[in-house]
Design a protein around this ligand. Structure first.
Ligand code: FRU
Length: 536
Protein backbone atom coordinates (compact mmCIF):
# COMPACT_ATOMS: atom_id res chain seq x y z
CA UNK A 1 0.00 0.00 0.00
CA UNK A 2 2.77 2.35 1.02
CA UNK A 3 4.50 1.55 -2.24
CA UNK A 4 1.35 2.24 -4.22
CA UNK A 5 0.91 5.65 -2.56
CA UNK A 6 4.56 6.42 -3.17
CA UNK A 7 4.21 5.40 -6.82
CA UNK A 8 1.08 7.53 -7.27
CA UNK A 9 2.81 10.46 -5.57
CA UNK A 10 5.83 10.12 -7.86
CA UNK A 11 3.55 9.83 -10.88
CA UNK A 12 1.65 12.98 -9.94
CA UNK A 13 4.90 14.88 -9.30
CA UNK A 14 6.19 13.61 -12.64
CA UNK A 15 2.98 14.68 -14.42
CA UNK A 16 2.95 18.10 -12.79
CA UNK A 17 6.59 18.38 -13.89
CA UNK A 18 5.46 17.60 -17.44
CA UNK A 19 2.66 20.10 -17.11
CA UNK A 20 5.16 22.74 -16.14
CA UNK A 21 7.44 21.76 -19.01
CA UNK A 22 4.52 22.01 -21.45
CA UNK A 23 3.50 25.41 -20.13
CA UNK A 24 7.09 26.64 -20.43
CA UNK A 25 7.25 25.40 -24.02
CA UNK A 26 4.02 27.24 -24.77
CA UNK A 27 5.53 30.45 -23.47
CA UNK A 28 8.61 30.00 -25.61
CA UNK A 29 6.56 30.28 -28.79
CA UNK A 30 5.51 33.88 -28.42
CA UNK A 31 1.75 33.93 -27.97
CA UNK A 32 1.61 37.66 -27.92
CA UNK A 33 2.91 38.87 -31.24
CA UNK A 34 3.89 42.17 -29.66
CA UNK A 35 6.14 40.58 -27.03
CA UNK A 36 9.62 42.05 -27.38
CA UNK A 37 8.77 43.89 -30.59
CA UNK A 38 8.58 47.49 -29.37
CA UNK A 39 10.49 50.04 -31.48
CA UNK A 40 14.28 49.60 -30.97
CA UNK A 41 13.86 46.34 -29.02
CA UNK A 42 16.89 44.07 -29.64
CA UNK A 43 15.96 40.60 -30.88
CA UNK A 44 18.98 38.55 -29.87
CA UNK A 45 20.61 40.64 -27.15
CA UNK A 46 19.56 40.37 -23.54
CA UNK A 47 17.26 43.17 -22.39
CA UNK A 48 14.99 43.32 -19.33
CA UNK A 49 11.30 42.71 -19.83
CA UNK A 50 10.58 46.20 -18.59
CA UNK A 51 12.10 49.13 -16.69
CA UNK A 52 15.67 50.25 -16.06
CA UNK A 53 18.79 48.08 -16.34
CA UNK A 54 22.53 48.84 -16.12
CA UNK A 55 25.62 46.74 -15.28
CA UNK A 56 25.73 42.94 -15.56
CA UNK A 57 26.27 41.47 -12.07
CA UNK A 58 26.90 38.12 -10.42
CA UNK A 59 27.73 36.28 -13.64
CA UNK A 60 28.31 32.70 -12.58
CA UNK A 61 27.87 29.28 -14.18
CA UNK A 62 26.39 26.55 -12.05
CA UNK A 63 24.64 23.25 -12.70
CA UNK A 64 24.19 23.80 -16.44
CA UNK A 65 23.01 27.40 -16.14
CA UNK A 66 24.64 30.72 -16.91
CA UNK A 67 23.33 33.22 -14.40
CA UNK A 68 23.04 36.86 -15.28
CA UNK A 69 22.08 39.31 -12.55
CA UNK A 70 21.93 42.98 -13.38
CA UNK A 71 21.51 46.42 -11.87
CA UNK A 72 17.77 46.90 -11.97
CA UNK A 73 15.18 49.44 -10.91
CA UNK A 74 11.72 47.84 -11.24
CA UNK A 75 9.73 51.05 -10.77
CA UNK A 76 11.04 53.27 -13.53
CA UNK A 77 12.88 53.36 -16.85
CA UNK A 78 15.39 55.72 -15.20
CA UNK A 79 18.08 54.68 -12.65
CA UNK A 80 16.85 54.55 -9.03
CA UNK A 81 17.23 52.39 -5.89
CA UNK A 82 19.16 49.43 -7.19
CA UNK A 83 18.07 45.80 -7.07
CA UNK A 84 19.61 42.75 -8.72
CA UNK A 85 17.42 41.54 -11.58
CA UNK A 86 18.00 37.92 -12.61
CA UNK A 87 17.93 35.69 -15.68
CA UNK A 88 19.33 32.26 -16.54
CA UNK A 89 20.36 30.65 -19.79
CA UNK A 90 21.74 27.35 -21.01
CA UNK A 91 23.69 28.98 -23.84
CA UNK A 92 24.09 32.74 -23.05
CA UNK A 93 21.79 33.42 -26.03
CA UNK A 94 18.28 32.33 -24.96
CA UNK A 95 17.40 33.77 -21.57
CA UNK A 96 14.69 33.05 -19.06
CA UNK A 97 13.69 35.92 -16.79
CA UNK A 98 13.50 35.08 -13.09
CA UNK A 99 12.15 37.12 -10.16
CA UNK A 100 14.29 39.88 -8.67
CA UNK A 101 17.11 38.28 -6.65
CA UNK A 102 18.18 41.05 -4.26
CA UNK A 103 16.16 43.97 -2.90
CA UNK A 104 17.48 47.09 -1.17
CA UNK A 105 17.45 46.80 2.63
CA UNK A 106 18.34 48.79 5.75
CA UNK A 107 22.02 48.79 4.70
CA UNK A 108 21.25 50.35 1.34
CA UNK A 109 20.71 49.81 -2.38
CA UNK A 110 22.27 46.74 -4.00
CA UNK A 111 25.04 48.00 -6.29
CA UNK A 112 27.21 46.00 -8.66
CA UNK A 113 29.09 42.85 -7.70
CA UNK A 114 29.78 39.23 -8.52
CA UNK A 115 28.85 35.67 -7.57
CA UNK A 116 30.82 32.47 -7.04
CA UNK A 117 30.15 28.81 -6.35
CA UNK A 118 31.57 28.03 -2.89
CA UNK A 119 32.49 24.46 -3.90
CA UNK A 120 34.05 23.49 -0.57
CA UNK A 121 31.52 25.36 1.55
CA UNK A 122 34.31 27.50 3.00
CA UNK A 123 31.63 29.96 4.10
CA UNK A 124 29.68 27.33 6.00
CA UNK A 125 26.55 28.78 4.37
CA UNK A 126 25.83 25.65 2.29
CA UNK A 127 23.12 23.11 3.09
CA UNK A 128 22.72 19.38 2.60
CA UNK A 129 26.23 18.86 1.29
CA UNK A 130 25.58 21.12 -1.72
CA UNK A 131 27.82 24.12 -2.47
CA UNK A 132 26.06 27.45 -1.91
CA UNK A 133 26.12 30.28 -4.45
CA UNK A 134 27.52 33.40 -2.82
CA UNK A 135 26.79 36.88 -4.18
CA UNK A 136 29.23 39.65 -3.25
CA UNK A 137 27.95 43.18 -3.81
CA UNK A 138 28.18 46.79 -2.67
CA UNK A 139 25.62 48.17 -0.28
CA UNK A 140 25.04 51.83 -1.09
CA UNK A 141 23.45 53.78 1.76
CA UNK A 142 21.70 56.68 0.00
CA UNK A 143 20.57 58.24 3.31
CA UNK A 144 24.13 58.35 4.61
CA UNK A 145 25.27 59.86 1.32
CA UNK A 146 22.60 62.56 1.58
CA UNK A 147 23.66 63.24 5.16
CA UNK A 148 27.12 64.11 3.82
CA UNK A 149 28.97 61.05 5.09
CA UNK A 150 31.81 59.52 3.05
CA UNK A 151 31.49 55.90 4.19
CA UNK A 152 28.18 55.10 2.49
CA UNK A 153 29.46 52.25 0.28
CA UNK A 154 30.68 48.91 1.66
CA UNK A 155 30.85 45.26 0.62
CA UNK A 156 28.29 42.65 1.65
CA UNK A 157 27.33 39.08 0.76
CA UNK A 158 24.20 36.95 0.27
CA UNK A 159 23.80 33.23 -0.26
CA UNK A 160 21.52 30.83 -2.11
CA UNK A 161 21.03 27.11 -1.63
CA UNK A 162 18.48 26.60 -4.39
CA UNK A 163 20.41 27.26 -7.61
CA UNK A 164 20.12 31.02 -7.24
CA UNK A 165 16.31 31.07 -7.04
CA UNK A 166 16.14 32.65 -3.58
CA UNK A 167 18.75 34.60 -1.65
CA UNK A 168 19.42 35.35 2.01
CA UNK A 169 21.59 38.26 3.04
CA UNK A 170 24.36 37.31 5.46
CA UNK A 171 23.61 38.45 9.03
CA UNK A 172 27.18 39.74 9.51
CA UNK A 173 27.01 42.32 6.69
CA UNK A 174 28.91 44.36 5.71
CA UNK A 175 31.89 42.04 5.33
CA UNK A 176 34.14 44.97 4.36
CA UNK A 177 33.12 48.24 6.02
CA UNK A 178 34.40 51.51 4.60
CA UNK A 179 36.76 52.50 7.40
CA UNK A 180 38.88 54.62 5.05
CA UNK A 181 35.79 56.69 4.21
CA UNK A 182 36.34 56.59 0.44
CA UNK A 183 33.22 57.87 -1.36
CA UNK A 184 33.61 55.55 -4.37
CA UNK A 185 34.20 52.15 -2.78
CA UNK A 186 32.40 49.55 -4.82
CA UNK A 187 31.83 46.75 -7.34
CA UNK A 188 33.49 43.66 -5.74
CA UNK A 189 34.52 40.87 -8.11
CA UNK A 190 35.64 37.66 -6.41
CA UNK A 191 37.68 34.70 -7.64
CA UNK A 192 39.11 31.61 -5.94
CA UNK A 193 42.89 31.85 -6.39
CA UNK A 194 44.36 28.37 -6.73
CA UNK A 195 47.90 29.66 -6.20
CA UNK A 196 47.34 31.25 -2.81
CA UNK A 197 44.35 29.04 -1.86
CA UNK A 198 42.14 31.96 -0.90
CA UNK A 199 39.27 34.03 -2.20
CA UNK A 200 40.50 37.26 -3.79
CA UNK A 201 38.25 40.28 -4.13
CA UNK A 202 38.99 43.22 -6.45
CA UNK A 203 36.93 46.37 -6.04
CA UNK A 204 37.22 49.96 -7.16
CA UNK A 205 38.15 52.77 -4.79
CA UNK A 206 37.84 56.04 -6.73
CA UNK A 207 41.25 56.08 -8.50
CA UNK A 208 42.62 52.61 -7.78
CA UNK A 209 41.69 48.97 -7.31
CA UNK A 210 41.80 47.32 -3.90
CA UNK A 211 42.59 43.63 -3.51
CA UNK A 212 41.41 41.80 -0.40
CA UNK A 213 41.80 38.12 0.55
CA UNK A 214 39.62 35.72 2.52
CA UNK A 215 39.53 32.04 3.55
CA UNK A 216 35.73 31.94 3.82
CA UNK A 217 34.12 34.91 1.96
CA UNK A 218 33.10 36.38 5.33
CA UNK A 219 36.40 37.51 6.91
CA UNK A 220 38.52 39.68 4.67
CA UNK A 221 42.01 41.23 4.93
CA UNK A 222 43.47 43.96 2.77
CA UNK A 223 46.18 42.61 0.44
CA UNK A 224 47.27 45.52 -1.75
CA UNK A 225 46.26 48.43 -4.00
CA UNK A 226 46.86 48.87 -7.71
CA UNK A 227 46.61 51.58 -10.27
CA UNK A 228 46.90 55.06 -8.82
CA UNK A 229 49.80 55.67 -11.18
CA UNK A 230 48.73 53.52 -14.14
CA UNK A 231 46.18 53.77 -16.93
CA UNK A 232 43.63 56.44 -17.61
CA UNK A 233 42.11 58.45 -14.77
CA UNK A 234 39.83 60.58 -16.93
CA UNK A 235 36.94 59.45 -14.71
CA UNK A 236 36.09 57.43 -11.62
CA UNK A 237 37.26 53.79 -11.57
CA UNK A 238 34.46 51.18 -11.46
CA UNK A 239 33.79 47.48 -11.94
CA UNK A 240 37.21 45.77 -11.89
CA UNK A 241 37.70 42.11 -12.79
CA UNK A 242 40.99 40.30 -12.02
CA UNK A 243 41.47 36.86 -13.57
CA UNK A 244 44.16 34.49 -14.86
CA UNK A 245 44.25 33.71 -18.58
CA UNK A 246 46.45 31.45 -20.69
CA UNK A 247 48.47 33.30 -23.29
CA UNK A 248 47.46 31.82 -26.67
CA UNK A 249 50.18 29.75 -28.38
CA UNK A 250 52.39 29.73 -25.30
CA UNK A 251 50.53 28.07 -22.44
CA UNK A 252 51.90 30.70 -20.06
CA UNK A 253 49.52 32.07 -17.43
CA UNK A 254 49.11 35.84 -17.25
CA UNK A 255 46.70 37.92 -15.19
CA UNK A 256 44.33 40.50 -16.62
CA UNK A 257 42.65 43.33 -14.75
CA UNK A 258 39.61 44.85 -16.48
CA UNK A 259 38.65 48.29 -15.26
CA UNK A 260 35.78 50.49 -16.33
CA UNK A 261 36.05 54.26 -16.16
CA UNK A 262 33.44 56.96 -16.45
CA UNK A 263 33.92 59.41 -18.10
CA UNK A 264 37.23 59.31 -20.00
CA UNK A 265 36.55 56.68 -22.68
CA UNK A 266 38.41 56.90 -26.02
CA UNK A 267 35.26 58.07 -27.80
CA UNK A 268 33.72 59.93 -24.86
CA UNK A 269 31.92 58.90 -21.68
CA UNK A 270 32.09 55.38 -20.28
CA UNK A 271 34.58 52.71 -21.41
CA UNK A 272 36.66 49.76 -20.21
CA UNK A 273 40.46 49.67 -20.09
CA UNK A 274 42.62 46.73 -19.04
CA UNK A 275 46.01 45.83 -17.63
CA UNK A 276 48.10 42.69 -18.20
CA UNK A 277 50.46 41.40 -15.54
CA UNK A 278 50.97 38.86 -12.79
CA UNK A 279 49.38 38.16 -9.43
CA UNK A 280 51.34 36.45 -6.64
CA UNK A 281 48.49 35.96 -4.19
CA UNK A 282 49.05 39.41 -2.75
CA UNK A 283 49.97 41.99 -5.39
CA UNK A 284 49.06 42.59 -9.03
CA UNK A 285 52.17 43.71 -10.94
CA UNK A 286 52.15 44.95 -14.51
CA UNK A 287 53.93 42.85 -17.10
CA UNK A 288 57.13 44.82 -17.87
CA UNK A 289 56.22 44.75 -21.57
CA UNK A 290 52.82 46.32 -20.81
CA UNK A 291 53.94 49.13 -18.50
CA UNK A 292 54.75 51.63 -21.25
CA UNK A 293 51.28 51.09 -22.77
CA UNK A 294 49.60 52.37 -19.60
CA UNK A 295 52.02 54.98 -18.28
CA UNK A 296 51.39 58.74 -18.35
CA UNK A 297 47.57 58.42 -18.51
CA UNK A 298 47.74 56.11 -21.54
CA UNK A 299 45.25 53.26 -21.63
CA UNK A 300 44.59 50.07 -23.56
CA UNK A 301 40.88 49.72 -24.35
CA UNK A 302 38.85 46.56 -24.48
CA UNK A 303 36.24 48.02 -26.84
CA UNK A 304 36.60 51.33 -28.65
CA UNK A 305 32.90 51.91 -29.21
CA UNK A 306 30.92 54.13 -26.85
CA UNK A 307 28.51 51.40 -25.75
CA UNK A 308 30.26 48.64 -23.86
CA UNK A 309 30.57 49.44 -20.16
CA UNK A 310 30.95 47.79 -16.75
CA UNK A 311 31.54 44.41 -18.38
CA UNK A 312 33.12 41.56 -16.44
CA UNK A 313 33.62 37.81 -16.94
CA UNK A 314 31.70 34.72 -15.85
CA UNK A 315 32.84 32.83 -12.79
CA UNK A 316 33.10 29.04 -12.54
CA UNK A 317 33.13 28.17 -16.23
CA UNK A 318 34.05 24.44 -16.14
CA UNK A 319 37.72 23.63 -16.86
CA UNK A 320 36.55 21.35 -19.68
CA UNK A 321 35.15 24.46 -21.40
CA UNK A 322 38.05 26.69 -20.43
CA UNK A 323 36.78 29.91 -22.00
CA UNK A 324 36.95 33.36 -20.39
CA UNK A 325 33.47 34.69 -21.16
CA UNK A 326 32.56 38.36 -21.02
CA UNK A 327 29.45 40.51 -21.25
CA UNK A 328 29.06 44.28 -20.87
CA UNK A 329 26.27 46.82 -20.55
CA UNK A 330 25.50 48.19 -24.03
CA UNK A 331 25.14 51.84 -23.10
CA UNK A 332 27.01 54.86 -21.82
CA UNK A 333 26.34 57.08 -18.79
CA UNK A 334 26.54 60.12 -21.13
CA UNK A 335 22.98 59.34 -22.31
CA UNK A 336 21.83 55.98 -20.86
CA UNK A 337 18.91 57.46 -18.93
CA UNK A 338 17.47 59.38 -21.89
CA UNK A 339 17.72 57.01 -24.86
CA UNK A 340 14.37 56.81 -26.68
CA UNK A 341 12.94 53.48 -25.54
CA UNK A 342 9.58 53.44 -23.80
CA UNK A 343 8.94 50.40 -21.70
CA UNK A 344 12.52 49.35 -20.86
CA UNK A 345 15.99 50.86 -21.00
CA UNK A 346 19.16 49.27 -22.36
CA UNK A 347 20.52 45.87 -23.31
CA UNK A 348 23.69 43.85 -22.74
CA UNK A 349 26.41 43.31 -25.35
CA UNK A 350 26.65 39.92 -27.01
CA UNK A 351 28.45 37.34 -24.88
CA UNK A 352 32.11 37.29 -25.94
CA UNK A 353 35.12 35.08 -25.50
CA UNK A 354 38.29 36.87 -24.43
CA UNK A 355 41.73 35.55 -25.37
CA UNK A 356 45.17 37.00 -24.67
CA UNK A 357 47.52 37.17 -27.63
CA UNK A 358 51.05 38.30 -28.29
CA UNK A 359 50.90 40.96 -31.03
CA UNK A 360 53.37 43.38 -32.59
CA UNK A 361 51.95 46.02 -30.24
CA UNK A 362 52.41 43.79 -27.17
CA UNK A 363 50.07 41.62 -25.08
CA UNK A 364 46.49 42.29 -26.14
CA UNK A 365 43.02 40.95 -25.36
CA UNK A 366 41.01 39.80 -28.36
CA UNK A 367 37.19 39.58 -28.17
CA UNK A 368 35.05 37.32 -30.28
CA UNK A 369 31.33 36.54 -30.19
CA UNK A 370 30.66 33.14 -28.56
CA UNK A 371 30.09 30.23 -30.93
CA UNK A 372 26.65 29.56 -29.37
CA UNK A 373 25.35 32.52 -31.42
CA UNK A 374 25.74 30.43 -34.58
CA UNK A 375 22.55 28.58 -33.62
CA UNK A 376 20.61 31.72 -34.59
CA UNK A 377 21.81 31.69 -38.18
CA UNK A 378 19.55 31.19 -41.16
CA UNK A 379 20.68 30.61 -44.72
CA UNK A 380 23.45 32.96 -45.78
CA UNK A 381 23.73 35.27 -48.73
CA UNK A 382 27.25 34.91 -50.13
CA UNK A 383 29.59 36.98 -52.27
CA UNK A 384 32.99 35.95 -53.56
CA UNK A 385 35.72 37.71 -55.48
CA UNK A 386 33.64 40.81 -56.00
CA UNK A 387 35.36 44.08 -56.74
CA UNK A 388 33.67 47.09 -55.11
CA UNK A 389 34.19 50.59 -56.48
CA UNK A 390 31.48 53.00 -55.33
CA UNK A 391 28.27 51.44 -54.00
CA UNK A 392 27.25 47.79 -54.10
CA UNK A 393 23.64 47.53 -52.98
CA UNK A 394 22.50 44.09 -51.89
CA UNK A 395 19.19 45.01 -50.27
CA UNK A 396 16.28 42.63 -50.72
CA UNK A 397 18.11 39.30 -50.43
CA UNK A 398 15.45 36.72 -49.54
CA UNK A 399 15.19 36.10 -45.80
CA UNK A 400 17.64 38.83 -44.86
CA UNK A 401 16.64 41.84 -42.85
CA UNK A 402 19.52 44.34 -42.61
CA UNK A 403 18.40 45.34 -39.14
CA UNK A 404 18.88 41.81 -37.77
CA UNK A 405 21.87 40.02 -39.28
CA UNK A 406 25.44 38.86 -38.95
CA UNK A 407 27.99 39.69 -41.65
CA UNK A 408 31.42 38.13 -42.12
CA UNK A 409 33.67 39.94 -44.57
CA UNK A 410 37.14 39.28 -45.91
CA UNK A 411 38.36 42.21 -47.93
CA UNK A 412 41.60 42.59 -49.84
CA UNK A 413 43.05 46.07 -49.57
CA UNK A 414 45.30 47.17 -52.42
CA UNK A 415 48.91 48.03 -51.44
CA UNK A 416 49.05 51.56 -50.03
CA UNK A 417 45.26 51.86 -50.25
CA UNK A 418 43.66 55.19 -49.34
CA UNK A 419 40.23 53.66 -49.60
CA UNK A 420 37.23 54.27 -47.39
CA UNK A 421 35.41 50.95 -47.28
CA UNK A 422 32.40 49.89 -45.27
CA UNK A 423 28.82 48.77 -44.93
CA UNK A 424 25.87 51.15 -44.73
CA UNK A 425 22.35 50.42 -43.45
CA UNK A 426 19.53 52.78 -44.27
CA UNK A 427 15.75 53.16 -44.28
CA UNK A 428 13.04 54.93 -46.25
CA UNK A 429 13.35 57.99 -44.02
CA UNK A 430 16.85 58.64 -45.33
CA UNK A 431 18.53 57.68 -42.07
CA UNK A 432 21.83 55.86 -42.43
CA UNK A 433 24.35 54.11 -40.20
CA UNK A 434 27.87 53.42 -41.50
CA UNK A 435 30.61 51.22 -40.16
CA UNK A 436 33.88 50.81 -42.00
CA UNK A 437 37.61 51.21 -42.38
CA UNK A 438 39.42 54.36 -43.43
CA UNK A 439 42.68 53.13 -44.96
CA UNK A 440 44.22 56.60 -45.19
CA UNK A 441 43.92 56.99 -41.42
CA UNK A 442 44.38 53.27 -40.70
CA UNK A 443 41.32 53.33 -38.46
CA UNK A 444 37.91 51.74 -38.13
CA UNK A 445 34.94 53.98 -37.65
CA UNK A 446 31.32 53.76 -36.60
CA UNK A 447 29.11 56.61 -37.70
CA UNK A 448 25.66 57.12 -36.18
CA UNK A 449 25.57 60.87 -36.84
CA UNK A 450 22.73 60.38 -39.37
CA UNK A 451 21.35 57.12 -38.02
CA UNK A 452 18.13 58.36 -36.45
CA UNK A 453 16.89 60.03 -33.28
CA UNK A 454 19.61 61.86 -31.39
CA UNK A 455 17.93 64.98 -29.97
CA UNK A 456 17.76 63.39 -26.52
CA UNK A 457 21.47 64.08 -25.92
CA UNK A 458 23.95 66.53 -27.42
CA UNK A 459 26.74 64.02 -27.05
CA UNK A 460 25.01 61.08 -28.72
CA UNK A 461 25.55 61.90 -32.38
CA UNK A 462 28.12 64.67 -32.11
CA UNK A 463 30.84 62.85 -34.07
CA UNK A 464 31.78 59.57 -35.68
CA UNK A 465 33.72 57.20 -33.45
CA UNK A 466 37.06 55.67 -34.37
CA UNK A 467 39.36 52.81 -33.38
CA UNK A 468 42.95 52.35 -34.54
CA UNK A 469 43.77 49.24 -36.55
CA UNK A 470 46.54 47.14 -35.04
CA UNK A 471 46.90 44.46 -37.72
CA UNK A 472 48.95 45.20 -40.85
CA UNK A 473 47.48 42.38 -42.92
CA UNK A 474 46.39 43.29 -46.46
CA UNK A 475 43.29 41.24 -45.76
CA UNK A 476 40.77 42.99 -43.60
CA UNK A 477 38.41 40.72 -41.67
CA UNK A 478 35.21 42.24 -40.32
CA UNK A 479 32.67 40.35 -38.22
CA UNK A 480 29.52 42.36 -37.65
CA UNK A 481 26.27 41.92 -35.75
CA UNK A 482 23.31 44.22 -36.33
CA UNK A 483 20.37 43.94 -33.96
CA UNK A 484 17.74 46.63 -34.64
CA UNK A 485 19.39 49.33 -32.51
CA UNK A 486 23.02 48.23 -32.25
CA UNK A 487 26.11 47.18 -34.15
CA UNK A 488 29.07 45.21 -32.84
CA UNK A 489 32.25 45.04 -34.90
CA UNK A 490 34.94 42.41 -34.23
CA UNK A 491 37.75 43.24 -36.64
CA UNK A 492 40.89 41.26 -37.52
CA UNK A 493 39.82 38.24 -35.49
CA UNK A 494 38.78 40.31 -32.48
CA UNK A 495 41.85 42.59 -32.24
CA UNK A 496 39.73 45.75 -32.64
CA UNK A 497 36.22 45.93 -31.26
CA UNK A 498 33.54 48.62 -31.50
CA UNK A 499 30.06 48.53 -29.97
CA UNK A 500 27.55 51.21 -30.79
CA UNK A 501 23.80 51.78 -30.34
CA UNK A 502 21.47 53.91 -32.50
CA UNK A 503 17.78 54.66 -32.82
CA UNK A 504 16.44 54.84 -36.39
CA UNK A 505 12.84 56.07 -36.63
CA UNK A 506 12.11 53.00 -38.76
CA UNK A 507 14.09 49.72 -38.86
CA UNK A 508 16.91 49.68 -41.39
CA UNK A 509 15.74 47.88 -44.52
CA UNK A 510 18.49 48.62 -47.04
CA UNK A 511 22.11 47.59 -47.05
CA UNK A 512 25.10 48.29 -49.25
CA UNK A 513 28.85 47.91 -49.32
CA UNK A 514 30.77 50.98 -50.41
CA UNK A 515 34.29 51.85 -51.39
CA UNK A 516 35.38 55.38 -52.14
CA UNK A 517 38.84 56.56 -53.16
CA UNK A 518 39.64 53.30 -54.96
CA UNK A 519 38.38 49.76 -55.40
CA UNK A 520 38.64 46.92 -52.91
CA UNK A 521 38.07 43.23 -53.50
CA UNK A 522 35.62 41.25 -51.43
CA UNK A 523 37.34 37.89 -51.16
CA UNK A 524 34.36 36.49 -49.29
CA UNK A 525 31.21 37.75 -47.66
CA UNK A 526 28.62 35.75 -45.76
CA UNK A 527 25.53 37.51 -44.47
CA UNK A 528 23.30 35.48 -42.17
CA UNK A 529 19.80 36.41 -41.12
CA UNK A 530 19.64 35.86 -37.35
CA UNK A 531 16.57 34.45 -35.63
CA UNK A 532 15.27 36.24 -32.60
CA UNK A 533 16.28 34.66 -29.31
CA UNK A 534 12.98 34.72 -27.49
CA UNK A 535 13.21 35.75 -23.85
CA UNK A 536 10.81 33.87 -21.59
C1 FRU B 1 28.70 51.36 -13.11
C2 FRU B 1 28.09 51.73 -11.76
C3 FRU B 1 28.76 50.96 -10.65
C4 FRU B 1 27.71 50.92 -9.58
C5 FRU B 1 26.44 50.80 -10.39
C6 FRU B 1 25.26 51.49 -9.79
O1 FRU B 1 27.86 51.61 -14.18
O2 FRU B 1 28.19 53.11 -11.56
O3 FRU B 1 29.98 51.52 -10.21
O4 FRU B 1 27.87 49.87 -8.69
O5 FRU B 1 26.71 51.36 -11.66
O6 FRU B 1 24.09 51.17 -10.46
Amino acid sequence: MKNLIATLLCLSIFLSGCQEAIEKEDISTPMDANYYTEPHRPQFHFSPEKMWMNDPNGMVYYDGEYHLFYQYYPESTVWGPMHWGHAVSKDMVHWEHLPIALYPDSLGYIFSGSAVVDWNNTSGLGENGQPPLIAIFTHHDAEAEKAGRNDFQYQSIAFSNDRGRTWTKYAGNPVIPNTEKIRDFRDPKVIWDEGSQQWVMAFAAQNHVKLWGSPDLKNWTHLSDFGREWGSHGGVWECPDLFPITLSNSGETKWVLLLSINPGGPNGGSATQYFVGDFDGNTFTLDPSFASDVSGEKAVWLDWGPDDYAGVTWSDIPKSDGRRLFMGWMSNWDYATVVPTDTWRSAMTLPRQLTLQNTAAGLRLFSEPVKELETLRGESYNLENQSIDGDYDWSGQPGISPSQMEVLLEVELPQGAQTDFGIALSNSKGEEYRIGFDAAKNEFYSDRTKAGESGFSEKFAAKRHTAPRSSDSQTLRLHLFFDVASCELFADGGASVMTEIFFPAEDFSKVKLYSTGGAVKILKMKAYPLKRAVMR
